[in-house]
Design a protein around this ligand. Structure first.
Ligand SMILES: Cc1ncc(COP(=O)(O)O)c(C=O)c1O
Length: 909
């Protein structure tokens, strides 16, 4: 049961373990009723659950008291029936829709089969979404049932939602309830509650410790409100005070409170405010209007004949399209931007509002909805923030959209390298020292003013999360107006986890903003300045955790995320988030970027899904993300501890994904012996890189499969889809949609595959075993070295600095259009070797991007080295963008480029 150990997954498991715990209680009760079990273990199991149950509305005090009474009166049969009903209720969520579920009657007999379909499935009629409200108060616990009944009496038939109260009597209990119960989405604080919980349960500590909360002198409701919002920013908090509410309302600390009431003067007003607060998050301005639009009898005299579906449903030949997707899709199709719809390119109505609500939800100042994926969001951001000749420090390993963005704008990329993970043929993330070195090198060349942007991927495909705040802090100490673009294509969901949020662009920007507002930041800066002196050496600057000058910092942070990758948006739904104090200076450029990249026929369903994804995350994102993390921890544990699976497969831990030097806290892994919440939190706060638990690198080379082969096997034979592979691994991702059944399926499949390997090795004799060992060795040890970016050819260096590597990639890119100045050299021929040995240098005309690993091995204008060619030759992947095997490497001929330029200059004279 929960609460006994300090295992790190414990906190995340407490919520979901409830269903298991109630199943166990049902089993114990059945055993007792059937005469083959005792009462004591049942009582002990219930006692273990007691504290956690207090933080949830269902089954609630009345049903729990009835259960306790039946046990006390030795009514084993009645106990078993009620335990079963509670357990089924928790599984099906029936209590959310059926008032009778809360009553003490109408129970199923032991052994009767429960209706396990959620009540909403197959039922028609209006369903009111259900949620829970935490009331933190100082009334004696004995009065809570009456208090809860008073709250329930406020319900009206016309209420759009229905809620149940959860009561808590202290700061600690309130924090536990909000952390453990994701159904709580509003909180009412009545001043006067104590700090300490009335319980002395280990479960409390296991929740509070990870949240880092300790008793301090300030016990006010405002402090609790701030703390709760730090854990879950999307919560609505209401404050009831019998002090001077006018004064409290004027306190800047009251920003975290949605509304302040004078005591319980107006219970109905409070009830209405709670419902309105939920409505405010539930509302989806664009989607709501699209539904209204679809219901209207609209005649269309514009393009898009598919709209309204008449051309589909009247057709003998394409009717199945309509039947497959349903009428609503066609009713909701339109090419109009009027009549209740809005224009994505120039939003003034409901898209504008939907974007503003998304900004609120994701902690940004502005949001742009993008309907062509983060591939487009990145190009938009790069185009809007950079002009020709500007320098951007860029992870060479980043998604191709950034590189193409640089080509579009004519900015000069200064490529920096991520740490290599050669044994798995993948890259990690870019060390802070590398980034600082780049900034200092530009400074030394007097080119820091040309540097505009730092462009990084967070988290990386494989799950490396930066210490975002530290990177920004230290870079701002060198260049106070540097702009940051964080490509969080994979990690948009991370906003909704209190543990991952500080490592997101918006989370870190908010923390930095708080720090900048705090007067002590100036002291910290001044102290460090005095220590470093006027002219600190680069070595000193590299060795110091630099503090920026708060008076000079311009905090300019951008984030892009593929909402479709981690939330409930339709494929290609993406957002571009802005938190930039100087946004007004680039706003026009962003509009130009929208005009450049957004289709003039954006898909309505995509926009609607972005709106709805935001609604979902604000109302249930916390629980969904907690579930995704928990599923990941379960998979990690199940794979690595299974005696058969772990013989052939393993999920890499943080210690294998991140070199020791970047794990300053000494953190090993979630599953390592001795890992506790304390060690995890220390790692989260301090380590240069942190591993997102939901991204699991499963090594399959040790089972004799390369990544592509294993991905194919899982998809074709077992209906398991995954995305990324490397030479000897595949990437498993847990998501907000995963269930424990998915984990069970995966584990069964891995067991089956392992049994197959065992049988093959046993049946095939020595020959088979030697072949297997050879295959494993080839996959696991004969791995190619990962090539670093070499350098741009001199003719593409333009006005670059002497010791800095930036270059004019755009010129090289467009030179590739002119066949007369390009050539092809076969990758595997003798000519390639000769050119490497004797020259002339080979200069890539294209981006060459193999999948996997999916980053450009060559960029336009890059000089090819032995390293690059060796890597290309060892690649055994089918898909290499920018490379035609039949023709060879496409190269530009620098001397031909120069000759052409001379000819042109002469002609112009
Ligand atoms: C880091 C990163 N950025 C951006 C993208 C592009 O996102 P989208 O597929 O939404 O266009 C990807 C896609 O895999 C990615 O891995």
């Amino acid at each position: 049961m929960a609460g006994k150990t300090a295992r790190i997954d414990q906190f995340l498991l407490i919520h979901s373990a409830r269903a298991d715990n109630w199943r166990e209680i049902t089993r114990l009760a059945d055993a007792w009723a059937g005469g083959h079990g005792k009462r004591a273990p049942l009582e002990a199991a219930l006692a273990d659950l007691a504290v956690v149950e207090e933080f949830h509305a269902y089954p609630g005090g009345r049903l729990l008291a009835t259960l306790a009474e039946r046990i006390a009166t030795n009514d084993a049969g009645g106990t078993a029936k009620l335990a079963r009903r509670i357990s089924n209720g928790l599984l099906t969520h029936a209590y959310r829709d059926r008032a009778g579920e809360w009553d003490v009657h109408d129970e199923m007999a032991a052994g009767e089969v429960a209706d396990v379909l959620p009540p909403a499935t197959g039922e028609t009629g209006l369903r009111r979404p259900y949620f829970e409200v935490l009331f933190v108060n100082s009334q004696p616990a004995a009065r809570w049932p009456a208090f809860a009944a008073e709250i329930r009496r406020l319900r009206r038939p016309e209420d759009a939602f229905i809620y149940e109260p959860v009561l808590a009597g202290s700061f600690e209990d309130a924090l536990c309830a909000v952390a453990l119960n994701p159904d709580i989405i509003s909180v009412v604080l009545a001043e006067g509650f104590p700090y300490r919980s009335r319980h002395d349960a280990p479960v409390l500590r296991s929740v509070l410790d990870p949240l880092g909360e300790t008793e301090g002198p300030d016990l006010s409701a405002l402090r609790l409100s701030r703390t709760l919002k730090r854990v879950r920013p999307e919560l609505d908090v209401y404050l009831l005070s019998d002090r001077q509410v006018e004064t409290i309302a004027g306190d800047p600390a009251a920003d975290s409170v949605r509304r302040i009431f004078y005591a319980v003067e107006e219970p109905l007003e409070l009830h209405l405010a709670i419902l309105e607060g939920v409505q405010d998050r539930f509302e989806t301005p664009f989607f709501d209007n699209l539904k209204k639009y679809a219901r209207r009898p609209i005649g269309t005299f514009h393009a898009l004949p598919i709209a309204r579906g008449k051309s589909v449903f009247k057709s003998d030949w394409i009717r199945d399209l309509g039947e497959f997707y349903g009428l609503n899709l066609f009713l909701a199709e339109s090419s109009a931007t009027t009549g209740g719809l809005d224009s994505l390119l120039e939003p003034t109505g409901n898209i504008k509002r939907a974007q503003e609500m998304a900004a609120r939800a994701f902690g940004a100042d502005h949001v742009f909805f993008v309907t062509n994926g983060t591939s487009t969001s990145n190009k938009m951001a790069v185009q809007a923030l950079l002009a020709p000749g500007d320098i951007a420090v860029v992870d060479r390993n980043c998604h191709k959209s950034h590189h193409y963005g640089m080509v579009l704008t004519g900015a000069q990329p200064y490529y920096v390298e991520a740490f290599p993970m050669t044994e798995y043929s993948m890259y990690g993330a870019v060390p802070l020292a590398t980034i600082k070195r780049a900034l200092l090198a530009l400074k030394a060349e007097g080119r820091l003013d040309r540097l505009k942007l730092l462009d990084l991927t967070n988290c990386t495909f494989d799950g490396h999360m930066y210490n975002v705040r530290r990177v920004m802090e230290e870079c701002l100490a060198i260049k106070p107006d540097l702009i940051f673009l964080w490509d969080e294509a994979w990690s948009g969901f991370a906003r909704f986890s209190p543990f991952l949020r500080p490592r997101t662009a918006m989370g870190a920007a908010a923390d930095l903003e708080d720090w900048l507002r705090d007067p002590s930041s100036v002291d910290a800066y001044e102290k460090q300045r005095a220590e470093l002196g006027d002219n600190p050496s680069d070595e000193t600057l590299l060795a110091t955790h630099l503090i920026p000058d708060p008076s000079r910092v311009r905090l300019r942070v951008y984030q892009t995320n593929s909402t479709h990758k981690s939330m409930s948006a339709i494929r290609q739904g993406s957002m571009l988030l802005v938190k930039d104090v100087d946004f007004h200076t680039v706003e026009a450029q962003f509009h130009e970027a929208v005009f450049t990249h957004a289709s003039t026929s954006p898909n309505q369903q995509l926009i609607a899904s972005l709106d709805v994804a935001r609604r979902q995350m604000e109302l249930e994102g916390y629980g969904l993300v907690m579930n995704a993390i928990e599923i990941a921890l379960k998979i990690r544990r199940a794979v690595n501890s299974h005696p058969l699976i772990s013989k052939y497969f393993r999920v890499l831990g943080a210690d294998e994904m991140i070199p020791e030097a970047y794990r300053q806290s000494g953190f090993q892994d979630y599953l390592a012996a001795g890992s506790t919440w304390g060690t995890v939190l220390k790692a989260m706060r301090e380590d240069e890189f942190y591993l997102d638990p939901t991204r699991m690198t499963l090594v399959c080379g040790t089972a004799g499969f390369d990544g592509t082969q294993f991905k194919g096997l899982l998809a074709n034979d077992y209906d398991i889809q995954l995305n990324k592979t490397s030479r000897n691994s595949v990437l498993l991702q847990s998501n907000i949609n995963n269930t424990r059944s998915d984990v069970a399926h995966l584990i069964r499949v891995l067991v089956e595959i392992c049994r197959g390997i065992e049988k093959r090795l046993a049946d095939g004799g020595e020959g088979e075993r030697a072949a297997f060992a050879g295959r494993v060795k080839s996959l696991m040890t004969d791995v190619p070295d990962l090539p670093n970016f070499s350098h741009f050819h001199e003719i593409y260096r333009g006005d670059a600095g002497k010791a800095t590597p930036e270059g004019d990639m755009r010129a090289a890119f467009f030179n590739a259009y002119d066949a007369s100045i390009c050539e092809y050299v076969p990758l595997n021929g003798a000519e390639c070797d000769k050119r490497l040995r004797e020259g002339p240098e080979m200069v890539s005309a294209n981006f060459v991007i193999p999948y996997p690993p999916g980053f450009p091995i060559m960029v336009p204008g890059q000089v090819l080295t032995q390293e690059t060619i060796d890597f290309m030759r060892k690649l055994d992947v089918k898909e290499i963008h920018g490379y035609e095997k039949a023709r060879g490497l496409k190269l530009v001929k620098p001397e031909a480029v120069l000759a052409k330029a001379k000819r042109r200059a002469r002609a112009e004279r």
